[in-house]
Write a protein of this length. Structure first.
Length: 309
């Protein structure tokens, strides 16, 4: 499965594959498991369906590697409009953004300013903006943007990837800020000297950082912790560690992807855990979707079965 994951992660960057597969009906059908639709209205309707069950959401417009400032400004306007739509519907929905979608490859200062505008607007509405983490070359600039915005606003979170060897040091450097940290395993192709490989190593790294974050919560540190995983074994590990430390069920949040482990999402919410579901939408779904396949390579066989059918 390790080799399959590496192949899929590399495939997620192929423009040729994206052109070939995004127009195929079987791929479009398969992606609907994770994507309620390509427009904001579809995402809001999905958020409304989850709201009925008491589950709040995070919305994100898919897209990355924007190279024009005008396009990055358009992305910013879209997210600001999304905040308005969330407010109109009265939903408990936060936002998640990618720095490369806001133009970080072109202008770090401009990207910081654009994300800060969004955070400021969200602050007035009681919403949180999560800054996603991408490939390792963007980590330093992303963390710098987070630190600068966090100095003025509490309602901003940053994603930390468990598989990077630098993550323990990054967590320690963020703790004095009273941060909001979203811990995930990591979903990009990285050099062997940058990130661990193999499911066993990824799981161990995730749980090691879980120990650190939950331990700090138990010690009374000023931070908020989100765990981004739909892996039942990781969720069991989080629960066991939290119980051992005497933490209440609402001391942290478990964030899961739309369309994955729906039964578990409801079960956790009914048990009193804080659960939030990430709903993605937009036309630029190919790289994101293939990275989802890489998280669970067995899903590739479902795609192949559809193709052969």
């Amino acid at each position: 499965m390790g080799l399959t994951r590496e192949i899929l992660l590399r495939a997620s960057r192929s423009e040729w594959l994206a052109a070939q597969l995004t127009r195929r009906k079987f791929t479009q059908r398969a992606v609907r498991r994770f994507l309620p639709g390509e427009d904001l209205e579809s995402a809001l309707d999905a958020a409304g369906a989850l709201r009925v069950h008491g589950i709040p959401t995070i919305l994100t417009l898919l897209g990355e590697h924007v190279k024009q400032e005008e396009e990055a400004e358009g992305v910013t306007r879209h997210f600001l409009e999304t905040l308005d739509r969330i407010t109109e519907r009265g939903y408990d929905s936060d936002l998640s953004v990618k720095p490369t979608h806001f133009g970080i490859e072109v202008d770090v200062e401009g990207t910081c300013a654009r994300i800060k505008r969004l955070v400021e607007a969200a602050d007035g509405l009681g919403r949180t903006v999560a800054i996603d983490m991408e490939d390792s070359p963007f980590v330093d600039d992303t963390l710098d943007i987070y630190r600068r915005i966090r100095a003025e606003h509490r309602n901003v979170a940053v994603c930390i990837q468990g598989y990077l060897f630098r993550t323990a040091a990054d967590i320690e450097s963020l703790l004095p800020l009273g941060p909001t940290i979203r811990l995930v395993k990591g979903a990009y192709t990285e050099p062997r000297d940058v990130a661990c490989r193999g499911k066993r190593a990824l799981d161990a790294a995730f749980l090691e950082h879980t120990d650190t974050l939950l331990g700090r919560l138990a010690d009374g540190s000023d931070l908020r912790v989100f765990f981004g995983t739909h892996d039942p074994r990781m969720i069991d590990g989080i629960q066991e560690r939290a119980d051992r430390l005497g933490l209440p069920k609402d001391a942290f949040e478990i964030q899961m992807l739309y369309g994955i482990q729906r039964g578990l999402q409801l079960q956790l919410a009914e048990q009193g855990y804080r659960v939030r579901v990430l709903i993605s939408y937009g036309e630029e779904w190919f790289p994101w979707y293939v990275r989802r396949l890489a998280e669970r390579p067995a899903n590739v066989f479902l795609l192949l079965r559809n193709l052969l059918g």
